[in-house]
Design a protein around this ligand. Sequence first.
Ligand code: NAP
Length: 238
Amino acid sequence: MAKRALVIGASGLTGGALMRTLEAEGWSVIGTAMSRPREGLRPLDLGDGAAVSALIHELAPNIVFLAAALTHVDGCEEDPARARRINIDGPRTCATVCKAIGAVLVFYSSEYVFDGEHGPYGETDAPRPISVYGQTKLEAERAIADIGVESLIIRTTGVYGWDRTSKNFAMQVWQQLSAGERMRAPSDQVSTPTLVDSLAEISVRLVELGMGGVVHVAGRRRFCPPARLDICPRPRTG
Ligand SMILES: NC(=O)c1ccc[n+]([C@@H]2O[C@H](COP(=O)([O-])OP(=O)(O)OC[C@H]3O[C@@H](n4cnc5c(N)ncnc54)[C@H](OP(=O)(O)O)[C@@H]3O)[C@@H](O)[C@H]2O)c1
């Protein structure tokens, strides 16, 4: 298989890790950015169907990793129309164009397709999203399946890793404590946090193994915060 990939959302946490992993493994890879342009990345708005189609046709990749999304859960509640345009219409366009050119689509979905009452969840558990973000992710999964493109849908959760521009939980802890501030965190969420470097590596492995369908990729350890998580910086000494 020719190793030519497009990473949509390469300026994000997962997209950035995918770029590093693919490059290290000898893939020819091009990435896109939206509001955080970076040298070498192509600008792309996932909500602009014509632009998405033009870029995929121009680059003719074998694999498209779709790591871009409106990931701000509260932002999706505030503007559901925008959430649908980016999180459903965008993936639908990608799937249609990938099918037309014979490319594989790797789509990133979320634990938010479940209601969170009885985790941990397996691939055969019935989804029941209770948020706009979760609904858009599930609808995108279904649109991709309906279009019939060769695809891999990776559901993941609590992605964290080192990226100064990212607001992932680990970076928030680092930023707050570095600033000498206390940090409070929700105590009612149980998760299996996923290291982004592992997520990227596993994604590429799954593609190379020819895996398709829905696959859950998450960290092994259950993170169950204490009743009250209140992290404070260690007093400076010396
Ligand atoms: N983080 C998690 O815990 C988690 C859990 C489950 C599933 N997921 C899914 O995994 C994927 C990656 O998540 P992440 O946390 O790595 O994302 P992230 O760091 O928030 O990055 C999001 C990416 O999407 C791009 N983007 C946003 N709006 C766009 C638009 N209109 N057009 C084109 N690009 C746009 C951003 O570009 P700019 O920054 O340049 O604007 C950025 O590259 C997402 O699909 C997310 O839903 C994440």
